[in-house]
Write a protein that binds this ligand. Structure first.
Ligand SMILES: C[S@@+](CC[C@H](N)C(=O)[O-])C[C@H]1O[C@@H](n2cnc3c(N)ncnc32)[C@H](O)[C@@H]1O
Length: 244
């Protein structure tokens, strides 16, 4: 689901932008609220698997060991879209636990459907703004990894402020990583890749695992969308940095 929400920007969204600039709303608003339709299958999955695998947003930190029923390396994924990549990675890494955060309800339903179909037990979902989730529900130095794949590129310069990957947000992410924990980003938007490289390189607590962009780690599957883009000659850039 690698759409660019700017293409759907409405007068409403423009107004939200203005509201975001008021002193009371200085946080990043990296997503647009889309009135996506939840399919019958997704609704069924929400009803059947939601109670077990969705963790409600709260401004207190859950006991994640109790939530997962074990104490294993824990990875946070922000903006999992329809969850295909999340499910594939969770299946390939059964010894790790994954907390997926997404605001879009059909995406939550889609991932729950995959969890049900594949009997995945190492994913939990929070349907809420990731910035607030990280601030309130994730303890400092508690994560082994963070995945952010194809975040909304907000390609118009006047919208760049809505991009997720900015110094303040990266500092927040770093504070939640254990020493040695990693941040893995991927994008197909060159200008955003350059911004990611610049922001991550400037964060003193992070060290690049590669010389610039990283080769795609084996655990990140190539998505259908990405394969099509590659055929058309478009690039994809991965970045993997570790907390020192
Ligand atoms: C372009 S899509 C990419 C989805 C998926 N990672 C993929 O590779 O197909 C970006 C997703 O991030 C979600 N998103 C953006 N900002 C978010 C935020 N602050 N908190 C939670 N989800 C967010 C959007 O709803 C959207 O589904």
């Amino acid at each position: 689901m690698n759409h660019d929400p700017q293409d759907e920007a409405t007068d409403n969204a423009a107004q939200t932008d203005i509201a975001d600039d008021t002193p009371h709303h200085r946080r990043i608003r990296s997503f647009v609220t889309r009135a996506g339709r939840v399919s019958t299958g997704q609704r069924r999955a929400l009803d059947e698997f939601g109670p077990r695998f969705v963790v409600g947003y709260s401004d207190a930190q859950p006991d994640w060991d109790a939530v997962f029923g074990r104490e294993m390396p824990r990875v946070l994924e922000i903006g999992f879209g329809m969850g295909g990549t999340t499910a594939e990675i969770a299946a390939a890494r059964p010894a790790d636990d994954f907390i997926g955060v997404e605001v879009h309800e059909p995406g939550v339903g889609a991932l729950l459907k995959l969890i049900g179909e594949q009997s995945l037990r190492n994913i939990r979902i929070i349907q809420h703004d990731a910035v607030e989730v990280i601030e309130h529900m994730i303890a400092p130095q508690s994560l082994d990894g963070v995945h952010i794949y194809f975040p909304d590129p907000w390609h118009k310069a006047r919208h760049h402020k809505r991009r997720l990957i900015q110094p303040k947000f990266v500092a927040l992410l770093v504070s939640r990583l254990k020493p040695g924990g990693y941040i893995h980003l991927a994008t197909d938007w060159q200008n955003y890749a350059e911004q990611m490289l610049e922001v991550l390189s400037a964060e003193p607590a992070l060290k690049n695992t590669a010389d610039g962009y990283a080769p795609r780690p084996d655990y990140r599957p190539v998505t259908k969308f990405e394969r099509r883009g590659i055929k058309l000659g478009h690039g994809v850039w991965d970045l993997v940095f570790r907390r020192v």
